[in-house]
Design a protein around this ligand. Sequence first.
Ligand SMILES: Nc1ncnc2c1ncn2[C@@H]1O[C@H](COP(=O)(O)OP(=O)(O)O)[C@@H](O)[C@H]1O
Ligand SMILES: [Mg+2]
Length: 409
Amino acid sequence: MDDTRIQQAKARFGIIGNAPALIKAVGRALRVAPIDLSVLVTGESGSGKEFFPAIIHQYSPRKHAKYIAVNCGAIPEGTIDSELFGHEKGAFTGAVTSRKGYFEEANGGTIFLDEVAELPLTTQARLLRVLETGEYIKVGSSEVQKTNIRVVAATNVNLLRAVAEGRFREDLYYRLATVVIDVPPLRDRGNDILLLSRKFAADFSEKNHTPLITFSDEARERLLAYRWPGNVRQLKNVIEQMALFEAGNEITVETLAEYLPHVSTTMMPALRITPTLPAPQGLAHDTHTYEREREMLFSLIFKMRKEIEQLREDVDRLRDTLSPKSLVKIHPPLIDTPAEILDARAEEVSRDDTAVSRSDTTPRYDSLPEKEAIQLALTRNSGRRKAAAEELGISERTLYRKIKEYALE
Ligand SMILES: Nc1ncnc2c1ncn2[C@@H]1O[C@H](COP(=O)(O)OP(=O)(O)O)[C@@H](O)[C@H]1O
Ligand SMILES: [Mg+2]
């Protein structure tokens, strides 16, 4: 994919970052855009998945028709069929008029199904039919309707695992995942973290006429080393809070610790040696040595991070050989190099649940019984369900259901 086209698309949609995996994702979106295939966008929550269906729509011949984004996790199970496919008057109590569904409304255009793994199995069956034949039936009707729609779906869960567990239809998975675009987690984007920090800080002060914040070297290192479980959404949130309450200040590690959960200033004591203490007589090289020591420690930490990443990849690969990867092989991808797509699919194993990467931040929920994990997440987030759900890596709706199920709160 031509690099200037990628840069143009990034500028047009306000996408910041130059990490190769991000560039690759944008390039794939541009390449598949004019070809009428379903696309599946995968990536952790907050990583920026929503740009991709919009890019695909805007660079496709459907760009003058409608684009509708539906968050499948936010619609109650009871009404989702009617929202997507419409209903006839009298189809159920309260259906006083007939209603158009999104598949009718967006006819000729693109529909973005966000959190697609949350679709109930019955809706999945309807969706498969409309993808295969363009046909659907309104709720309460017997008449077959036709629509011409391109579907782009997104998920932050491992759909192959959902297939293996019987929560997602295998045939629908292959329909949707003809082309997979994997959005990398923020922690893997290196210097993009700083680019985004500066951008969010600058946007905030421009919009609100506040003096700009700056970052100390150490604070920058911490931003780079942090795990960012909430990805770009979390970074934006943290930077905006600091831009407000620390307007005009230099952000130090100490300030950062106030805004970033689990960044403690005492986490790595060696790194906190500051040359403020008077050096003992005769040791005039103090600051210099401290700087160098610090540098060495940082490079050590980065090396360790690399090794952990390597380990994580090995674990993922190992898990893939044990899980239904064989399924991937019997369905050859239709476009692009097969190896690339197979890779993208194989990489889908969510990183969130890889124990080794769960360092010091989010608790290891996967090692707890479900009820306890939910209780802990709710407590940690002071009862805010949205935040708790994000931390647990489940949808808000699933969380509501579980809270009821376990009679929590
Ligand atoms: N590369 C990026 N450059 C600028 N803003 C970004 C980038 N990635 C994500 N964002 C912003 O982060 C927030 C979360 O992105 P979103 O697409 O909603 O995440 P997801 O759908 O993957 O959960 C949005 O405000 C989005 O604009
Ligand atoms: Mg989203």
